[in-house]
Design a protein around this ligand. Structure first.
Ligand SMILES: [Zn+2]
Length: 164
């Protein structure tokens, strides 16, 4: 993962149900299981800076997904440095995974036509499952990298990956 623009998926794990108040979205009932969020980073620091921010537990809430990472830590990030903004088609591929549901309309999708940019699954899928669905959604292949994060509970011993 480099300081270059690109598209990413955050894989977040909620070990226990939780309720959070998320600004304009209101109250979110978080279920146990995996939440997958598709985003892109075309600003300074690119994908690396953005994903490492998402993976930090302590931060000011700026995006919808920040409310979620506070209780469902990022355990894995899938990414590409392809110069195209691929987050919407990546979300389509995530939504095609068996058992996927979109829990909250509008979540993370204020700038595009998608119904949301987040799905919930009972278990976190492996990246190969995502790659397989992505090949079906788009008729070309994109190289996808993986970064794993230490799997610690949300209330654990502080940020796990704050260095850039
Ligand atoms: Zn979209």
């Amino acid at each position: 993962m480099r300081d270059l623009p690109g598209t990413y998926v955050l894989v977040m794990l909620a070990r226990d149900p939780a309720i959070v108040t998320a600004g304009a979205l209101g109250t979110l009932q978080i279920a146990e299981g995996a939440y997958l969020y598709a985003g892109s980073a075309f600003g300074p620091g690119g994908v690396r800076a953005r994903v490492e921010r998402h993976a930090r537990a302590d931060k000011r809430h700026r995006w919808h997904v920040d409310y979620l990472t506070a209780v469902a830590p990022v355990i894995e990030a899938w990414f590409t440095h392809d110069p195209r903004r691929l987050e919407c088609e990546w979300l389509q591929a995530l939504g095609a995974i068996r058992g996927a549901r979109e829990p909250w309309p509008g979540f993370g999708a204020s700038d595009c036509g998608c119904s949301s940019h987040l799905i919930h699954l009972r278990r976190a899928p492996v990246v190969d499952t995502f790659r397989r669905h992505l090949r079906r959604v788009v008729a070309r292949s994109v190289r996808i990298g993986v970064r794993r994060y230490p799997d610690v509970p949300a209330a654990g011993p502080g940020p796990v990956s704050s260095s850039r």
